[in-house]
Design a protein around this ligand. Structure first.
Ligand SMILES: Nc1ncnc2c1ncn2[C@@H]1O[C@H](COP(=O)(O)OP(=O)(O)OP(=O)(O)O)[C@@H](O)[C@H]1O
Ligand SMILES: [Mg+2]
Length: 478
């Protein structure tokens, strides 16, 4: 492990890192910071949750002239929530430098954004569609930009965004430094990337698997119609602190959310059809722990860093292996542990194996928990609560009442009553989730063999399984 102090980072940034509690640099930071500081273009690939934001944030901030109130650093990210998060992280690192980052994204009032831009932030973190709007209106000038970053670079260079990215990069002076980061970088996308860069240095943090080893991966083979009750049972047994459930379509996100609410969970959904205000409030409630189960489309799959997510469920398995890597990477971040559970219909088993092969990781088979397992699991949660109270709490003021109860009833009955009162009541409100066609491996493999265009069609093309439909629409509005 390398200390940040060995990477010749300037004093104000060191002070900020100290305040953030960062002592040692992660491998991607150790390898990319010196290269980027020397001015090289860099393609950085490292697993989810390993600090890529700081890896590009530090060298970018180092190159900014704080006295010049013009945009000198530009980060482009695929979703609004990620743009906000990256701007926040950069602002934390830059707080003693007199350098400010502003997030600019769709769904926010244009005049408010223009006013904020007039304030002279030196770094802009933007979603592509809205950034292009500003470039066309000349409300963002990029002629002083020295460093451009594509976060989630493989996503940004995919068909849904590539034209916008080309237009954005064309507007920036050619002497710029270009930095690309992602946890995944399919070969054909990397080839496109190099055409936009100047002799880039590639840094790939070697790992046997594409996924982080501290995420335990499971799959449950389950017919479509049993998925919801299985999810319900699993949540009851494991009572995750925070869980994210990924579903394939916006409609399914709404249905699963409503179903969970009907069964008594604090659950909310997030997808591209919601207003920006709603998206923000849902995410904030989840971060604050006022919502326990976030149900999402792939809009929440990439980059989001929410501490305390212990479980990721793939209610529907994703179409492409990269998406799997990013989705499960919402847990097990910064060295923490997490669990990922994927629901797979029998006809999708071949697709599951394809994901395993591409990500070089193995998922353990898990038998679907029964209602009885769930009931037992819930009681176990209560027992753990009781045991904690026994060991940690001062119970002396309750003992007299306990004695009295035991004079009238036997101890087992008294404890059973206490457990029943403390255990979350299971509701069996009927829930119906409309079905979707299974993902077929044949379709995925066919398109894989068909070169870039058809591969992109797999990611973005129409059809029932178009998981990126919301991305494309959102891009137009951003
Ligand atoms: N050197 C460090 N020491 C301790 N924590 C760190 C360090 N660098 C980053 N972190 C923290 O680790 C978490 C994950 O970082 P980050 O979001 O940058 O990961 P990432 O590699 O971009 O992941 P993803 O591929 O999902 O986007 C964040 O909470 C961040 O603040
Ligand atoms: Mg990231």
């Amino acid at each position: 492990m390398t200390k940040f102090s060995e990477l010749s980072i300037s004093a104000p940034i060191m002070k900020a890192l100290e305040q953030m509690g960062f002592e040692e640099a992660t491998p991607i930071q150790t390898e990319t910071i010196p290269l980027a500081k020397e001015g090289y273009d860099v393609i950085g690939q490292a697993q989810t949750g390993t600090g890529k934001t700081t890896a590009f944030g530090i060298p970018m901030i180092e190159r900014i002239d704080a006295k010049l109130r013009k945009v000198q650093g530009l980060v482009v990210a695929p979703t609004r929530e990620l743009a906000i998060q990256v701007a926040e992280e950069i602002n934390r690192i830059a707080r003693f430098m007199g350098v400010r980052a502003l997030a600019v994204y769709g769904g926010q009032q244009m005049d408010r954004q223009i006013r904020a831009l007039k304030d002279g932030p030196q770094i802009v973190v933007a979603t592509p569609g809205r950034l292009l709007d500003h470039l066309r209106r000349r409300t963002i000038r990029v002629d002083h930009v020295k460093v451009a970053v594509l976060d989630e670079a493989d996503e940004m260079l995919n068909m849904g965004f590539i034209d916008d990215i080309r237009d954005i990069l064309k507007a920036i002076p050619e002497e710029r430094q270009t930095l690309l980061f992602s946890a995944t970088m399919p070969k054909e996308i990397r080839n496109i990337a190099t055409t936009l860069m100047k002799e880039p240095k590639e840094v790939k943090i070697k790992a046997k698997e594409m996924t982080v080893t501290n995420i335990e991966q499971f799959f449950i083979e389950i017919p479509e119609k049993f998925k919801f009750d299985t999810l319900n049972n699993h949540l009851d047994i494991h009572s995750p602190d925070l869980a994210i459930v990924f579903a394939r379509t916006k409609k399914r996100v709404d249905e699963v959310t409503e179903g969970l609410q009907a069964r008594g969970y604090r659950s909310e959904g997030i997808h591209g059809d919601l207003t920006q205000g709603k998206r923000m409030s849902v995410l904030n409630k989840f971060k604050q722990g006022r919502v326990d189960v976030l149900v999402a489309t792939d809009v929440a799959a990439r980059g989001l860093d929410i501490s305390g997510v212990t479980h990721v469920y793939n209610f529907d398995i994703p179409q492409d292996p990269e998406s799997y890597v990013h989705r499960i990477g919402r847990t097990g971040r910064a060295g923490r542990t997490g669990e990922a559970i994927s629901f797979v219909t029998p006809r999708e088993m071949a697709h599951l194996h394809l994901i395993e092969k591409t990500t070089k990781s193995k998922m353990k088979r898990m038998t679907p928990p029964t209602n009885q397992d769930a009931r037992r699991g819930q009681q176990q949660v209560t027992i753990e609560k009781l045991e904690k109270a026994i060991s940690k709490k001062d119970l002396s003021s309750y003992k007299e009442s306990a004695q009295q109860l035991l004079e009238d009833h036997d101890s087992v009955t008294v404890i059973a009553a206490a457990i029943s009162l403390l255990t979350k009541e299971r509701r069996d409100t009927p829930v119906r989730i409309s079905s979707v066609a299974p993902i077929s491996v044949k379709k995925a493999m066919n398109s894989k063999g068909g070169g870039q265009r058809s591969k992109n069609k797999r990611f973005y093309g129409g059809g029932r399984n178009n998981r990126k439909g919301n991305f494309q629409k959102r891009r137009k509005r951003d």
